[in-house]
Design a protein around this ligand. Sequence first.
Ligand SMILES: *Cc1c(COP(=O)(O)O)cnc(C)c1O
Length: 375
Amino acid sequence: MKFEELPTPTYVVDEGLVEKNLNLLKGVMDRTGCKIILAQKAFSMFHMYPLIREYLSGTTASGLFEAKLGFEEMGKENHVYAPAYRDDEMDEIVEICDHIIFNSFSQLMKYKEKVLQAGKKIGLRINPECSTQEGHAIYDPCSPGSRFGVKSEQFQPEWLEGVTGLHFHTLCQQNADDLATTLDAVVQKFGEWLPQMEWINFGGGHHITREDYDLDLLESSIKRMQNEYNLEVYLEPGEAVALNAGYLITTVLDTTHNGIDIAILDTSASCHMPDVLEMPYRPPLFHSGEAGEKPYLYRLGGQTCMAGDVIGDYSFDQPLKLGDRLVFGDMAIYSMVKNTTFNGMALPSISIKKKNGDCEIVREFGYQDFKMRLS
Ligand SMILES: *Cc1c(COP(=O)(O)O)cnc(C)c1O
């Protein structure tokens, strides 16, 4: 099938672009000896895992279900971190994961024996209290009152027995300078305990596959931990794996006017690109401009009955017509993993664009996917 023939709405993930990202990440692994694993929270399209498996060292999960997906579909190193674990999931987690990271000393004490008996590795998430991001407080794990990680003032070195690694995750869409700043804070606050560790996990939020990313600084930061503390270094990016590697194709269903021209699309910000409202941000749209840049301005809205289901104001060279197809960019990450059937919206199908340009639908959804979650 050609890209232009795919029925809408559909997410399309571009195999060649994912592979380009993977090659870049593999380069970092090869040059430094670090391990990079996929944070499935951002991208769990397991149809692509056979490709990802050729490049990365494994997966990380935020709980049992993602861990199971990584175990079943990736089958390599399988890490897990959760703010707290449930008793009824712990046996299975310990069975299928090899690195289990705890958020607090109380969780560590509760489950430590179980993990050690299974011969699995224990990590502890630390909070270096080093906020390096502005603007996205909801994505800042170092914000005041954050529930993530142990602060240095709460650290209980006498309880570290059995812990072989420390984990921090403080970045979101950031460059290596913020990682370097964070590492300084980690060393300043927790450096005393690093010599007794075997590994350190730098978390995610590294925008490694972005054009302006400073790979040299990333690699020297990795080497710093390897050389000074003899640690194995893990990175667990989500975004960077499938950054700018996917689209959401949608069709114009109607155009109306209320002070501004409005186009209703067969998609929804709320259901299909929730980060547009949650983050919030304005998704890139091919062949469009900012308001005022091109002659025909439209407010693009979704099919739900939620007034705020608006993707944004975009300008075009030509007036929009019913049946026009619009292609949003960077829709592989934090899209299909977050979508909902709110208001009875159908989920977009999931497609791939292969390296030879051919497109294929790999999964379609229907009424049953809406009904199944209700009773
Ligand atoms: C979200 C998350 C990641 C991945 O973050 P990206 O911003 O997608 O790179 C990695 N580790 C943890 C603990 C996370 O919560």
